[in-house]
Design a protein around this ligand. Structure first.
Ligand code: COI
Length: 354
């Protein structure tokens, strides 16, 4: 067990904060003054340090670069109107991190290292939390294999790190989505349910092709029949059909168990909708669109929060939506923002004080 006092802290001599305008930030391009780094060696975690943000020295034979034993999480910190810092549901991300670690044959990270390390790092760089609407401090914990060996086998050494990026919205406009029929993101028995770095790299080819056609992201379909919807880009997806909210279920291990997905399900229930977590086919979506019962389509994710979909294209069939007339997705988005920034009661205890 890593005790809180075992984290050594070296402060940056000078803060880079004044060089940055915290009011108008892209996603994930700037990083705060400090980072956390820990090593896994001889079966235990050691050398836990918070130190100035800096490049890593690595060998060209470092295993993660070759075979992709690398996982990550995305978490956000906010400030309320009193200036107090809070992190949104960090324990849920911690649990998912170790599920990813297990699937990628990597060591578990102890709760105290992840949670207390993150808390101390965010506390040190708390001035980097933006206050502007739709902005936050994006927390990126990650782990990668660090053996200097190119034999294909699980590494014996790993690095766990946390970096912080003050960020604006990931997608700031309603999105146009291309329903992907050829390439797939995940198969049953695969790694679709974990945050393996390679899942994101493997998605880039199809996404680039959709972008050439003028679309922002793809809607992934199941690998066998190309019939059932899975996820949109880096997000889970919800369809409001009639008085129900439908989102793909997690049974097959092809869908990421999103923390924003879980939070959205909770808030949709509070709004009074019936939630169905189940397979949903593209034919059923088109039928509902034609019948006028497909009211809203939106993606959920830590980086993206709630992103409305204004167009879905399947083959040559285009479905368009008047997002300005929607009620549900904007309500969930507002409630989430209000809880995060302290304007709405945090009755589910989602906010952890730093
Ligand atoms: C997140 O929402 O944290 C994600 O995983 C998206 C990220 C790849 C930008």
């Amino acid at each position: 067990m890593i005790a809180a006092m075992d984290i050594s802290i070296t402060k940056a001599e000078r803060s880079k904060l004044q060089e940055l305008n915290l009011d108008n930030l892209p996603f994930g391009r700037y990083f705060s003054d400090h980072m956390l780094e820990a090593d896994y060696e001889d079966g235990e975690w050691k050398n836990v340090e918070i130190k100035p943000y800096q490049p890593l020295l690595m060998s060209p034979s470092m295993a993660a670069l070759h075979y992709g034993q690398a996982i990550f999480e995305g978490i956000k910190a906010y400030k309320n109107s009193n200036g107090n810092a809070f992190i949104f549901r960090p324990l849920d991300n911690y649990k998912r991190f170790n599920i990813s670690a297990e699937r990628m044959q990597m060591p578990a990270v102890p709760e105290e290292l992840f949670m207390e390390g993150m808390r101390q790092l965010v506390a040190l760089d708390r001035n980097w939390i933006p206050s502007r609407e739709d902005h936050s401090l994006y927390i990126r914990p990650f782990m990668f294999s660090s053996d200097e060996v190119i034999g294909v086998r699980p590494s014996e050494t790993y690095k766990f790190m946390i970096i912080l990026s003050p960020s604006g919205p990931y997608y700031n406009m309603p999105m146009r989505i291309y329903v992907e029929e050829k390439y797939v993101r995940a198969v049953p028995g695969g790694v679709g349910y974990v945050k393996a770095a390679g899942n994101y790299g493997a998605a880039m080819f199809a996404t680039a092709a959709a972008k050439k056609l003028g679309y922002d992201q793809v809607l992934w379909m199941d690998a066998f029949e190309h019939k059932y919807v899975q996820e949109i880009g880096t997000m889970n997806v919800f369809f409001i059909i009639g008085d129900k909210a439908i989102t793909p279920d997690l049974e097959q291990g092809t869908i990421l168990d999103g923390v924003t997905r879980q939070s959205t399900i909770t808030l949709l229930k509070e709004i009074g909708l019936t939630i169905e977590e189940r397979p949903l086919s593209i034919e059923a979506i088109i039928e509902a669109y034609k019948a006028g019962t497909l009211h809203e389509v939106f993606g959920t994710g830590t980086a993206a929060t709630i992103s409305m979909i204004k167009e879905l294209r399947y083959k040559d069939y285009v479905m368009q939506f008047d997002v300005d007339s929607w009620k549900t997705a904007p309500t969930v988005k507002k409630w989430l923002a209000d809880i995060r920034e302290g304007r709405r009661e945090d009755k589910y205890n989602w906010m952890q004080k730093v």
